[in-house]
Write a protein that binds this ligand. Structure first.
Ligand code: LLP
Length: 398
């Protein structure tokens, strides 16, 4: 690992070699079955990360107009961009139509009406997939399931027929097929097998082919190993895609797609932070770092645990609560974390921070935004090398 001592903390450190390896394995495994992957840019919208993914031929999966705009800026072809979201504004829908993206993943009959109206106004045809809420348990944290009746996402089955009929009766809509996403950080394959069975039934029962549907987007959600990231840094994409190959029973030639986020980028990033203080509490010790929930919100929001290591000390171990400096009691990275005896100035790494860390930063307490640092071949990349990777020439970055 590179020498990081001179760099101002906290920062996100991205291992570009691991990223490239992960993306290339995922792409190769998907290609075996003719599947296409859209990168869920919400997981990490960093320009260098996104550009490497673009260079591997993946499309983009967006959930806001700004993400659509950014994906285009990053060079994802418009024909590879999909856009989901329960609350698309009129401006965002207009943008998606004007940029002629691959399709809007529509989440309600009410939204279909608005898309129709905007398309009519502009004399355009809107390519639309219907996002279906399949009412499937994803076996993950309650706050990151998306495919249950209680979730706001997608069109629930009792309303699907109506939505399909709106599509087929509307000049302005070109129906492409169905979209699903059942949740995130799903680490077993059972939920995906159940999803396939559900999709097969829905396709048959609603006769999706008769409505002109030939595309199936199964979303993302494949999880990573937060407990042992150093030994298990690349998810088992082979087994993941094989489940779909084995259990999906759809008409030959169906265009099958995925929207992977965390599984592609989660393990390539870590937060590098410095210990400001070690403080004695009552019956416990705190390690206070210069990174906080503003740089990584997951532990505060979902009680997520990230592996934490002290890369400076090697002494005998103790238990610490590792906390940030932010004015919130939930600004805690981990309780009872076993670390070598830790002192002010030590460098701490919080692992598995490539997904939903940098893209979920908060400006709370008017904290500075932590920068990104990129590593490849065991050394930190220079600005010029970074600009080359982005593919925009060397003038854009300071
Ligand atoms: N497609 C759709 C429609 C989604 O809503 C999501 C994630 C994805 C794809 C990508 O899912 P992935 O492959 O990354 O699991 N902030 C939470 C995760 C929220 C995920 C929301 N949707 C976390 O930090 O765990």
């Amino acid at each position: 690992m590179s020498d990081l001592t001179g760099i101002r903390t906290p920062f996100y450190l991205y291992d570009l070699d691991l990223l490239k390896k992960t993306v290339s394995i995922a792409s190769a495994e998907a290609r075996r079955f003719g599947y296409f992957i859209h990168y869920a840019i919400k997981a990490n919208n960093d320009p260098v990360i996104s550009s490497i993914i673009r260079d591997n031929g993946l499309g983009a999966d967006c959930v806001s107009g700004n993400e659509v705009q950014k994906s285009l800026e990053y060079g994802f072809p418009n024909s590879t961009i999909v856009y989901a979201g329960v609350g698309k504004t009129d401006e965002e829908i207009k943008l998606a139509l004007a940029e002629e993206i691959f399709c809007l993943n529509c989440e309600s009959a009410e939204e279909l009406d608005v898309i129709k109206e905007i398309a009519r106004l502009y004399g355009m045809k809107a390519r639309v997939a219907l996002r279906v809420n399949p009412a499937i348990e994803a076996d993950t944290h309650r706050n990151i399931t998306t495919g249950l009746d209680e979730n706001k996402f997608g069109i629930s089955l009792p309303h699907l027929k109506n939505a399909l009929d709106i599509c087929s009766n509307s000049e302005e809509i070109e129906f492409t097929g169905l979209h699903f996403h059942i949740g995130s950080q799903i680490t077993s394959l059972g939920p995906y097998r159940r999803l396939c069975e559900k999709v097969n039934n829905i396709w048959r029962e609603f006769d999706i082919t008769a409505y002109g549907g030939s595309m199936l987007n199964l979303g993302g959600g494949f999880g990573i190993d937060y407990n042992d990231p150093e030994h298990n840094s690349i998810p088992d994409f082979k087994s993941f895609f094989e489940v779909f190959k084995r259990y999906l029973k759809l008409p030959a030639g169906t265009d099958v797609r995925f929207e992977l986020g965390r599984s592609l980028v989660g393990q390539c990033g870590r937060i590098v932070t410095r210990v400001l203080y070690t403080k004695k509490g009552v019956g416990k010790k705190f390690v206070i770092t210069d990174a906080g929930m503003t740089e990584l919100m997951r532990p505060s929001l979902y009680q997520a645990r990230h592996h934490i290591i002290n890369t400076t000390s090697t002494g005998r171990t103790e238990k610490y609560d590792v906390v940030g400096p932010v004015c919130e009691s939930t600004d805690v990275f981990g309780k009872d974390v076993v670390l070598p005896e830790t002192v002010r100035g030590d460098i701490i790494h919080i692992l598995s921070c490539g997904a939903y860390a940098g893209s979920m930063t908060l400006n709370f307490n008017l904290r500075d935004r932590a920068p990104a640092v990129y590593e490849s071949g065991g050394r930190i990349l220079s600005h010029n090398e970074i600009n080359d990777l982005r593919g925009f020439g060397s003038v854009l970055m300071p």
